[in-house]
Design a protein around this ligand. Structure first.
Ligand SMILES: Nc1ncnc2c1ncn2[C@@H]1O[C@H](COP(=O)(O)OP(=O)(O)OP(=O)(O)O)[C@@H](O)[C@H]1O
Ligand SMILES: Cc1ncc(CO)c(N)n1
Length: 274
């Protein structure tokens, strides 16, 4: 069967744990055909982001039109956009209907603390999002108040719907900074348009968490490309990330936050059947 096309619009991570490289691994693990539009090049490893080279907005537009003319995606995710000009170029494409089933991961700061995006750029794109996937820090930056507990996450998910995103998942993966919340398991809050749900999964105790957010949003886009409804795609992505974290728990790649095992299906195929 010809695989569905799924597109990532994101930054390159030289360490290949996050960004474009992580997204393409997720798509490959799901046996989808992944394409990519690169918004910035980062010099990065498991410890830090050392340099950022932005791609000009015109070149981002040229990549998008080259793909939509010949390899049109069924679903799309965005990650690091870098600049307001790039976010504007991506918003123009979204407004023209070139980016269907759009999952917006509002990347603002890397796990290692480097600024990778700006709030007003993300806000331009959110009205076109089918799903937005901010973590707690990103939700806090967009809303202007500190999102911390599961109750806060649920409230934030509802408030973020006002940005125009149809579904919002506020993820709680940075809870390793916060032992109390990791004791509750891995909690995410989902706004579905007509209600809120808390999604709970087992907490995986590991240092290898580089790229969890990128992989999560890529897996959601992947399942949308396969025809899932959004809540099912989100549930699948949560389980996928948990498995990928477990698979890489014993890995020793780099001395910082190492990558996930994107192919760690434990006998499953990429489309979720045993
Ligand atoms: N240690 C963990 N154990 C289980 N699930 C986790 C863990 N860390 C993250 N997750 C899950 O991974 C998904 C992505 O969430 P997370 O909050 O980590 O994204 P993020 O902070 O944007 O990632 P990044 O660090 O790549 O920016 C969520 O479903 C979250 O619950
Ligand atoms: C390129 C890139 N995108 C996203 C993230 C966030 O994890 C990162 N560290 N690097």
């Amino acid at each position: 069967m010809t695989p569905p096309i799924v597109l990532t619009v994101a930054g390159s991570d030289s360490g290949a744990g996050a960004g474009i490289q992580a997204d393409l691994k997720v798509f490959a693990a799901m046996r989808l055909y992944g394409t990519s539009v690169i918004t910035a090049i980062t010099a990065q490893n498991t410890r830090d982001v050392r340099g950022i080279f932005p791609v000009p907005a015109e070149m981002v537009t040229e990549q998008i039109t080259a793909l939509t003319d010949d390899l049109p995606p069924v679903a799309v995710k965005t990650g690091m956009l870098g600049s307001t000009a790039v976010a504007e170029a991506v918003s123009v494409a979204a407004r023209s209907g070139l980016l269907p089933n759009l999952v917006v991961d509002p990347v603002l700061i890397s796990t290692s603390g480097r600024q990778l995006g700006v709030v007003n750029a993300i806000e331009r794109l959110l009205p076109y999002a089918m799903v937005a996937t901010p973590n707690r820090a990103e939700a806090s930056a967009i809303l202007g108040w500190t999102v911390s507990t599961p109750d806060d996450m649920a409230k934030a998910a509802g408030q973020l719907a006002a940005t125009g995103a149809r579904y919002v998942v506020v993820t709680g993966g940075d809870a390793d900074a916060d032992a109390e919340s990791s004791a509750d398991g891995a909690v995410d809050a989902l706004w579905t348009g007509d209600g809120l749900r808390l999604l709970r999964g087992p907490w995986v105790d590991t240092r290898n968490t580089h790229g969890t957010g990128c992989s999560f949003s890529a897996a959601i886009a992947g399942r949308l490309a396969l025809g899932d409804a959004v809540p099912d795609a989100v549930a699948f992505a949560k389980e996928y990330v948990a498995r990928a974290l477990l698979g890489a728990q014993g890995w020793e790649l780099g001395s910082g936050h190492g990558p996930l095992d994107h192919h760690g299906w434990s006998g499953r195929d990429g489309r979720g059947s045993e």
